[in-house]
Design a protein around this ligand. Sequence first.
Ligand code: MG
Ligand code: MG
Length: 260
Amino acid sequence: MVELKTDTSIDAMHAAGRVVGQALTAVRDAADVGVSLLELDEVARGVLREAGATSPFLGYRPSFAPTPFPAVICASVNDAIVHGIPTAYRLRDGDLVSIDCGAVLDGWAGDSALSFTVGRPIPADLRLIETADRALAAGIEAAVVGNRIGDIAHAVGSVCRAAGYGIPDGFGGHGIGRAMHEDPPVPNEGRPGRGLRLRHGMVLAIEPMVIGGGGDGYHEAPDGWTLRTNDGSRAAHAEHTVAITETGPRVLTARSLRVG
Ligand code: MG
Ligand code: MG
């Protein structure tokens, strides 16, 4: 069932989304060559704690997972697409990092992700990240009253495919509210004009994932969480929580621009 949120609830979700944006900005600023993924998780924990928010990731255990998730961010490096568990791994020159973070504030959830490089970037990685960001922007642009879920899926998928990238089938966006994952699913590829009609008050997490090698194949790492590309190529991920309103899409997890 898809729950429509009141404007007051959307405002409350915006407050949760701001905390997510702050956490992601802090993690990105802290990330550098030699910094460990566990240290980045600590940075995000500090932001959530300071804001009085809790993590919907910590202890999360969906049916596929062998263990409760142990962190407040997912940190997926290079060929890891999503769901990477932060470890003692220290970032290396040229790594491509995807960070996913959520927060729950006053009972409402926010969910967002970004990808970036540390050290000297590989040009192909910058193009991959830029494409994920552009696919997200296209998805948000399609998130308007009267459109359908398929229009968002098509907008996201078209950008990724036009750039020659793969899309991991079976993972994508979702409704969000008091729970991090609600109906409806928001696939990263689909046919325009199909699926549920978008209405004022729907709140969706839109989250393109792109595989640089062009194939769609992925597998689960031995930790039971991390999804990696089958061809070893790098992947990027971008996500925002977006409310559909009569006056257009409202991004609830927007981040302040990074200086420098
Ligand atoms: Mg997320
Ligand atoms: Mg999500």
